[in-house]
Design a binder for this molecule. Structure first.
Ligand code: DX5
Ligand code: ZN
Length: 219
């Protein structure tokens, strides 16, 4: 099994101190930095755009795992790539041509992520899996941090893991939303190898990021 990676979501960070918060994540052993980009249209919330990502990336050596919850996403892919995204994750519902959007990310030499909302079926991406580096399984409806984990997605993680094994594919399985120290174990057992977490990492153990990251990694 690949080492379990943790991708802290800066959505739960102190936005008045973002640069320092990223430094704390670096020191705390984060494997990736998860950046939630929301447009107030594809999801009800609005967050951050390319200039902020560019500024944060300048002082950070960790790869940026950029989760685009924007529609139509295609025309913005290049801007997020230029800003410094290393993994660019899109939702199939946010593009009218998933193949073209995947190819665009590949042309820009970035890792391709595709995200499945809780109600989105694995079959929608099945024919694309060879082109995809990472599947991001949403365990909440996207839009806000601090929501409750939906245990019904565990079946989907397993389904995806089985497809991966059966077809000898290599993509990462990342899970996002409501991850805590208890369900992290179920998620890992089901087949995930990257965990996104905002609230647990920034708020548990009085904000001891290192401790929280380490605890999330334990299978
Ligand atoms: C939800 C976002 C998540 C979320 C994770 O739309 O994609 O990344 O902020 O935060 P927690 O861990 O608080 O659910
Ligand atoms: Zn996210």
């Amino acid at each position: 099994m690949k080492k379990i990676q943790v991708s802290p979501s800066i959505l739960a960070a102190d936005f008045s101190q973002l640069g320092n918060e990223i430094k704390r994540l670096e020191k705390g052993g984060a494997d990736l930095i998860h950046v939630d980009v929301m447009d107030g249209h594809f999801v009800p919330n609005l967050t951050i755009g390319p200039p902020v990502i560019k500024a944060l990336k300048k002082n950070c050596s960790i790869k940026f795992d950029v989760h685009l919850m924007i529609s139509p996403v295609h025309k913005y892919i290049e801007a997020y790539s230029d800003a410094g995204a290393d993994i660019i994750t899109i939702h199939p519902e946010a593009t009218d041509n998933l193949s073209a959007s995947i190819s665009k990310i590949k042309e820009l030499k970035k890792k391709v992520g595709v995200s499945l909302n809780p109600e989105t079926k694995v079959s929608i991406i099945k024919e694309h899996l060879e082109q995809i580096d990472l599947v991001l399984i949403m365990s909440v409806n996207p839009g806000f941090g601090g929501q409750k984990f939906m245990p019904e997605v565990l079946k989907k993680i397993e389904e995806l893991k089985n497809i991966k094994i059966k077809n000898s594919l290599n993509f990462d399985i990342e899970v996002d939303g409501g991850i805590n120290f208890k369900n992290s174990k179920d998620v890992i057992k089901a087949g995930a190898n990257i965990l996104v977490s905002g609230t647990t990492i920034f708020k548990e153990s009085n904000g001891n990021i290192k401790k929280n990251i380490e605890e999330l990694r334990i299978p």
